[in-house]
Design a protein around this ligand. Structure first.
Ligand code: NDP
Ligand SMILES: CC(C)=CCC[C@@H](C)[C@H]1CC[C@H]2C3=C(CC[C@]12C)[C@@]1(C)CCC(=O)C[C@@H]1CC3
Length: 350
């Protein structure tokens, strides 16, 4: 049974990031008392108490956790970077540090932002259900590898005295994101978004950030002793799977960039991406090369990956509160400054 959270103190770890900022805003609207812990400071808000520090350091975390009712852990290094050491340190060791410090300080609730990619290894997933999908046995990158370790650690820590849950969003988009739209726009500017990987008919989930936030708040409200959500993972999506390339086309054309049109064979691109990754690894002692197409990106752009959020509906009454259309409209409006529009460019120059 969901409890009223008015005045309850929560800590958003990673609260200065994309999802974190949206989560803070929604928690404040719901009457929570909000604290943020992050390694960087990106905004100011007099209603929020900020703690700047590294989640891997107990001495940094401890003061922020005092008297907290629920912790939201949505910090991570950027998913598309390939820094193995950093991913292990922050996502795995750092998360174990959060669990341990919560337990020491007496915090009873931990909501982890995991990822649906923990079950994805490049092969198609259609309407994937949590109970049917094992963790990826061959994760495509270190991000996924460490998100798996992180989620396992958090769910295993669930007990009668410490309640944990993992939210698995997929393809989050929305205002303030520094990843999906900015990367797609950057690729479009370089002429790399003319191409469609595969036949263009692969269906995926893109999830508006407001729905991901809603899933997190429901999880916190339902995270109590004996609740069915304790120790479990939940897919949170828009429940409106869409062709990957239709979604990209809507974003790009919404910002006045041309739609991708030229089809390239999936397998060829995948092999090229594997070769590029290998060459980058071979040369890494001498020079840092960051290939723009990685096996993970090619797989995400060319295969099906959409998930059922039925379990979240059953156990915590989740249903999306924004449609894909609403999410796209809000997102495109917020990225006008990145648009290809001639009027925007003239305004920028003058
Ligand atoms: N974006 C997506 O499509 C999806 C994201 N997720 C998950 O959602 C969560 C939030 O993602 P998103 O908001 O996009 O990511 P962001 O990078 O925008 O936010 C993460 C925040 O955590 C901070 N951080 C990183 N390392 C540390 C550290 N050692 N100590 C304290 N803070 C740290 C980051 O700082 P800095 O930027 O300086 O590193 C950043 O402010 C992540 O766990 C991600 O794995 C899951 C599914 C999809
Ligand atoms: C190849 C191509 C056309 C790329 C442009 C868009 C990409 C930058 C995004 C499309 C799907 C996105 C995605 C993620 C990052 C950005 C994209 C690759 C994640 C890997 C972010 C972290 C996760 O947990 C899973 C996401 C899946 C979708």
């Amino acid at each position: 049974m969901a409890a009223s959270m008015k005045g309850r103190k929560c800590l958003v770890i990673g609260g200065c990031g994309f999802l974190g900022q949206h989560l803070c805003e929604a928690l404040l609207e719901k009457g929570w008392s909000v604290q943020v812990f992050d390694i960087r400071s990106t905004f100011e808000d007099s209603r929020i108490k900020f703690f700047i520090g590294d989640l891997c350091k107990k001495e940094d975390l401890k003061p922020a956790l005092e008297g907290v009712y629920c912790v939201f852990h949505c910090a991570s290094p950027a998913p598309l970077s390939n820094n193995k050491t950093l991913f292990y340190k922050v996502n795995y060791e750092g998360t174990k540090n959060i669990i341990k410090t919560c337990q020491e300080v007496g915090v009873k609730r931990l909501v982890l932002t995991s990822s649906a990619s923990v079950v994805y290894e490049g092969k198609g997933i259609r309407n994937g259900k949590e109970e049917e999908l094992p963790y990826a046995s061959k994760p495509l990158d270190y991000y996924t590898e460490t998100k798996i370790l992180q989620e396992k650690a958090v769910l295993a820590a669930n007990s009668d005295d410490f309640y944990t849950v993992a939210i698995r969003p997929h393809g989050i988009f929305g205002p303030k994101d520094l990843q999906l739209v900015p990367i797609a726009v950057d690729m479009a500017k370089k002429g790399k978004m003319k191409y469609i990987i595969g036949d263009g008919k692969n269906v995926v989930d893109f999830t508006y950030v407001g729905n991901v936030v809603h899933g997190h708040i429901l999880a916190a409200e339902n995270l109590n002793l004996g609740s069915p959500i304790c120790g479990k993972a939940y897919h949170i999506t828009n429940a409106e799977p869409i062709f990957f390339w239709t979604f990209m086309t809507r974003l790009l054309t919404g910002l006045d960039y041309p739609a991708p049109r030229i089809h390239l064979p999936y397998t060829l691109l995948y092999i090229l991406a594997v070769i590029m990754q290998f060459v980058a690894w071979l040369l890494s002692p001498f020079i840092t090369i960051t290939p723009s197409l990685t096996p993970m990106k090619v797989a995400l752009a060319g295969t099906d990956h959409f998930y059922s959020s039925e379990r979240a509906k059953q156990d915590m009454g989740y249903k999306p509160i924004y449609t894909l259309d609403q999410g796209l409209k809000l997102t495109i409006e917020s990225y006008r400054h990145l648009g290809n529009n001639i009027i925007t460019k003239v305004i920028k120059i003058t």
